[in-house]
Design a protein around this ligand. Structure first.
Ligand code: ZN
Length: 252
């Protein structure tokens, strides 16, 4: 049996309906995305189920998606969480573990203002109890390839144990800041005990050649219904983001 088309959707912030920022999707629009997934007969599955389907031949019955959120913005609790609960959809939030309850500092040196805040420990426990998986997005959201091996250990391993202390259970999923990885970084993620890692490479998850370099499809503010379905059904070509572009104004 071949695995049906499997997409991993990448959201950042679900914001108030009047906020127009490239990395934000308004609440009403996010709610329609979830409604369209349901109406079009998609199954929403966990990242681990995706791993088992693609790399251990566990069958998927229908077209499936994984819903992921990067960074862990505090307003997730008010904006995205109630909608996910309404649809009973699982999701994974990759949190910057060293900035719980603090401003998203890495944004401040780029094209955004850095006034956004990361969820605190209580918020993480609340959404976890409501069916949201918490993954690590490092401690401070650095460009991992620019760090020494020792600094990378702190970012990759200690973010995991810090989140595990907060949550009281294993943290198994990782997202590379800015989508930056190389063979050494991948190996460090594997050695730290994660079972999956996601990138910002564009494409269906089926094209991923390892559970540590899952491709995703970024959903942004400007996505109309047609754009959303285009990404879901048609936009399947693999495209690795050029790393230099990541530093100049893209803050994944
Ligand atoms: Zn990020």
């Amino acid at each position: 049996m071949t695995t049906p088309n499997l997409s991993i959707l990448l959201y950042h912030r679900i914001a108030g309906d009047r906020e127009k920022k490239a990395h934000s999707v308004p609440v009403a629009k996010f709610k329609s995305h979830m409604g369209w997934l349901k109406a079009s007969g998609h199954d929403v599955i966990s990242i681990d189920r995706a791993r088992r389907a693609l790399f251990h031949d566990e069958p998927l019955e229908r077209r499936s998606v994984v819903i992921t959120f990067d960074d862990g913005y505090a307003d997730f609790v008010d904006h995205a969480f109630p909608i996910l609960q309404e649809f009973s959809y699982p999701a994974v939030v990759y949190v910057v573990a060293g900035l719980l309850g603090q401003p998203a500092r890495w944004l401040a040196d780029g094209d955004r203002d850095g006034d956004e805040t990361i969820m605190d420990a209580n918020a993480l426990r609340l959404i976890q109890q409501g069916g949201v998986e918490i993954g690590s997005h490092t401690n401070s959201h650095p460009l991992l390839h620019r760090l020494s091996p020792d600094e990378r250990v702190l970012e990759i391993r200690e973010s995991k144990s810090q989140l595990e202390n907060v949550l009281g259970l294993a943290v198994e999923s990782f997202a590379y800041p800015y989508g930056v990885y190389n063979p050494e970084i991948m190996q460090e993620v594997i050695d730290a005990g994660y079972t999956t890692a996601v990138t910002v490479n564009r494409g269906v998850a089926n094209h991923s050649n390892s559970p540590y370099v899952f491709s995703r499809k970024a959903i942004s503010w400007g996505d109309s219904p047609i754009g959303f379905f285009h990404k879901l059904y048609l936009d399947n070509g693999f495209k690795r983001r050029p790393q230099q572009g990541l530093v100049n104004g893209h803050h994944y």
